[in-house]
Design a protein around this ligand. Structure first.
Ligand code: IMP
Ligand code: MG
Length: 182
């Protein structure tokens, strides 16, 4: 698996340090509240569990699975709900935790959908942001953003290529020959 990685973009140490800072910032902003932390499966799962251990205030957890990609490296622009939340978010302060903002389709769709269910507030927390790839007309901004990355396909720490590489402990870039079977 490691042999498929061309370079490490964000190391385990860098992830750990930044996620600690993000957790502290969320804890400060939500002091006195009990936010509902919504994990977008599967990509955000590593980030989510590490982040939540760094937020020392009361909170609740819920999970959602969406699909916009299939096995391709480009977004289709369509978002399908594969697994919905198991609790009501009416009147709740929701924080959506996602791995990466790419075209922005997924998060703009989810934000609109969860807002229509009557959440008191909705903020976005994303580990990675690829601003260069935002789709025309989408002006999505993450409230808590870990790292900005360039226009490269990244894997590891939850992010996959064709469902693989999620278990790498760092964020890396695949060697070009790995995609050659596409
Ligand atoms: P968006 O709707 O285009 O913003 O796509 C967001 C989703 O696409 C993320 O939740 C990821 O699952 C996937 N994605 C976008 N860029 C990458 C990447 O570089 N590596 C792995 N998955 C990606
Ligand atoms: Mg995802």
């Amino acid at each position: 698996m490691k042999n498929d990685i061309a370079k490490i973009l964000i190391s385990e140490e860098q992830l750990k340090k930044r996620i600690r800072e993000m957790g502290a910032e969320i804890a400060r902003d939500y002091a006195g509240k009990t936010p509902t932390m919504v994990c977008i499966l599967k990509g955000a799962v590593m980030f989510y569990t590490d982040l939540l251990r760094n937020i020392p205030i009361p909170l609740t957890m819920d999970f959602m699975a969406v699909s916009s990609y299939g096995n391709k490296t480009k977004s289709s622009g369509e978002v399908e709900i594969r697994k919905d939340l198991s609790t009501s978010i009416e009147g709740k302060d929701v924080i959506i935790v996602e791995d990466i903002v790419d075209s922005g389709f997924t998060l703009s769709y989810l934000t609109r959908m969860l807002a229509s269910r009557g959440a008191a507030s909705i903020r976005l927390c994303t580990l990675l942001d690829k601003p260069a790839r935002r789709a025309p007309g989408i002006t999505l901004r993450s409230d808590y953003s870990g790292f900005v990355v360039g226009d490269e396909f990244v894997v590891g720490y939850g992010l996959d290529y064709a469902e693989l590489y999620r278990n790498l402990p760092y964020i890396g870039v695949l060697k070009p020959e790995v995609y050659s079977c596409e």
